[in-house]
Design a protein around this ligand. Structure first.
Ligand code: ISL
Ligand code: CA
Length: 554
């Protein structure tokens, strides 16, 4: 099969609000991004995924869109967007836009019309139901805590919102909605963008009959019961046929609740749906048994390895993986699976990067990950902006499942705001992000962790990422090699091989600060070191704290 450009790409994700402010209002913006494109080029990533920049009242920081064909006032104008796109292309950078069409904002004119009367032409753009027994139509819960249904006085009915009540779900079963969405996508593609990252696209087709689901700790059934619904693939194939197939794009579905079997359809290499999906299983590997995501994490390396390896082997030759540790919804991976200790922070950041970047799939680097940025030391619930962690905290707190102190501890580990503190450009005031007051505080560790310092220092995390990214472009074995996990049960070592013909890689990662005994398999004893995070080779039979080494033979 012919290689697609995105099979060799590495994507850089920008969360615009937190990347670079250009006018001192404390909020990142498009001119700010334009001024930093050379940095992304220097890192070596070739594609940018831009989190939403559309007009939005910002109930969920741009994931609630009130006009799909306009730019958020705080981020600039359409002219600023065009300038950014043009400069990106001139630097050889592709731009993938976020597409948020499971829901819109309640301030979108479609919804304003829809809620105005039962016979309005836009009524069926959204999902309206009568209440049951004096309450909501069923027991579905919102991802952000509480019921997924909102009663609307005007017409005395409920509308569905799997996220906040300001994010009503669009009715994909209505063909007119699909026309609207496809036309809008085509409008952006005509502008010259290079693809879409599709927000919770696995949720667009709701289960037939809207049945009650099993109730979780928050008192409602999980929104995930809407994943991979009856018409999911039908709608995506229609989108592909009518829009995507006319262009040469990178498309990635954010597919909460996707299984390996489902992914074989979503991301099939036959090109009938999307290029790839973001699966969530490995993000759930450290979840609390009862409270799930919103509780302290529990490292379980054998489980993490089992999941990632199953996806590596399961999709090989059939569909395409995306590879990620971090994004705007996840705590920082150094704080999650690495070490914040000064002596280990960079070693662990490099080890985690190696573990991911030597796998098969398209790697995603989330802004600041290439510097080894860490979680923020939150000290009060009031500092938190994130609607999801706040909503879930309140739901658990009200049920007596979480004290305030536990809540703060949970935020330090889990809040999405850990990923959203401003990008750390330099050691100056507000880390060079803004000349004003940033919308979320800058991590105090920016005096130590910042881009300016790391760009100057050859052994920095930044330069290590640069090297990993360059290797993918050079070596076919990284793109196409067969993956095999070794030592599946080892609690601290993640070891695998990649093989393509006579070429082979042995990837060794120590996920702990303890020394580990390890004998290199015979086939790799004389192999060269491709990349490693210690300057000198490991002593025979041993691995040092957080050590990673990639051996290459053939
Ligand atoms: O990552 C998550 C669960 O593990 C959730 O934080 C996340 O809300 C969910 O995966 C859906 O994410 C996407 O849609 C949301 C938006 O808030 C997120 O930022 C976005 O990535 C609603 O649009
Ligand atoms: Ca600004």
């Amino acid at each position: 099969m012919e290689e697609k450009w995105w099979q060799r790409s590495v994507v850089y994700q920008i969360y615009p609000r937190s990347f670079q402010d250009s006018n001192g209002d404390g909020i990142g913006d498009l001119p700010g991004i334009t001024s930093r494109l050379e940095y992304i080029r220097e890192l070596g990533t070739d594609t940018i995924w831009l989190s939403p920049v559309y007009r939005s009242p910002n109930d969920d920081n741009g994931y609630d869109i009130s006009d799909y064909q306009d730019i958020m006032a705080e981020f600039g104008t359409m002219a600023d967007f065009d300038k950014m796109l043009e400069k990106a292309h001139s630097l050889g950078l592709k731009i993938v836009m976020d597409l948020v069409v499971n829901h819109s904002s309640d301030e979108h004119r479609w919804f304003v019309e829809s809620r105005s009367s039962k016979d309005n032409p836009y009524r069926d753009y959204y999902i309206w139901r009568e209440g049951k027994n004096g309450g909501a139509p069923n027991n579905w819960g919102s991802c952000f805590g509480g019921s997924a249904w909102q009663y609307d006085e005007k017409t005395g009915m409920y509308y569905l919102h799997l996220f906040s009540k300001k994010q009503p779900d669009l009715n994909w079963d209505n063909p007119v909605v699909r026309d609207e969405v496809f036309n809008m996508m085509d409008w952006w593609l005509q502008k010259g963008i290079d693809g879409f990252r599709m927000d919770v696209i696995s949720l667009i087709s709701k289960p037939d009959g809207f049945p009650d689901g099993e109730v979780g700790p928050g008192g409602y059934a999980s929104f995930q019961l809407c994943a991979n619904g009856p018409h999911e693939h039908e709608y995506l194939r229609e989108m592909n046929r009518r829009v995507l197939s006319k262009y040469d794009l990178l498309t990635v579905g954010e597919t909460a609740g996707v299984t390996l079997e489902e992914a074989k359809s979503y991301a099939n290499l036959d090109g009938s749906e999307l290029s790839m999906v973001f699966q969530f299983e490995h993000m759930d590997a450290d979840f609390h048994p009862v409270l799930g995501r919103y509780a302290e994490q529990h490292k379980n390396l054998p489980r993490l390895k089992e999941i990632l390896s199953r996806w590596q082997n399961g999709l090989e030759g059939i569909a395409w993986n995306s590879l990620y540790w971090d994004n705007h919804d996840q705590p920082r991976v150094v704080s999650r699976y690495g070490s914040e200790k000064p002596e280990y922070r960079e070693l662990s950041a490099k080890m985690l990067a190696t573990c991911l970047h030597m796998m098969q799939g398209t790697p995603y680097v989330y802004q600041g990950e290439e510097l080894g940025m860490t979680n923020y030391p939150w000290t009060s619930i009031d500092e938190i902006n994130d609607i999801e962690s706040l909503g879930n905290y309140r739901a658990f707190h009200e049920k007596g499942l979480m004290t305030e102190a536990e809540g703060i501890e949970m935020m330090r580990h889990r809040s999405r705001d850990n990923a959203r503190t401003p990008m750390q450009w330099d050691d100056g005031p507000e880390a060079g992000f803004t000349t004003g007051t940033p919308w979320l505080p800058v991590n105090p560790n920016h005096t130590v962790i910042n881009a300016a310092e790391q760009r100057k220092r050859p052994d920095s995390v930044f330069h290590y990422y640069q090297k990993l990214i360059a290797l993918r472009r050079e070596l076919d074995v990284i793109v196409h090699g067969h993956y095999e996990l070794l030592e599946p049960k080892h609690p601290d070592l993640f070891i695998y091989t990649r093989t393509l013909g006579d070429e082979g890689l042995l990837v060794i990662c120590n996920f702990s600060e303890c020394e580990q005994a390890y004998e290199i398999p015979a086939a790799y004893r004389d192999a060269e070191i491709l990349i490693a995070n210690y300057p000198d080779p490991a002593p025979a039979g041993k691995l040092r704290p957080w050590e990673t080494v990639v051996y290459r033979r053939g």
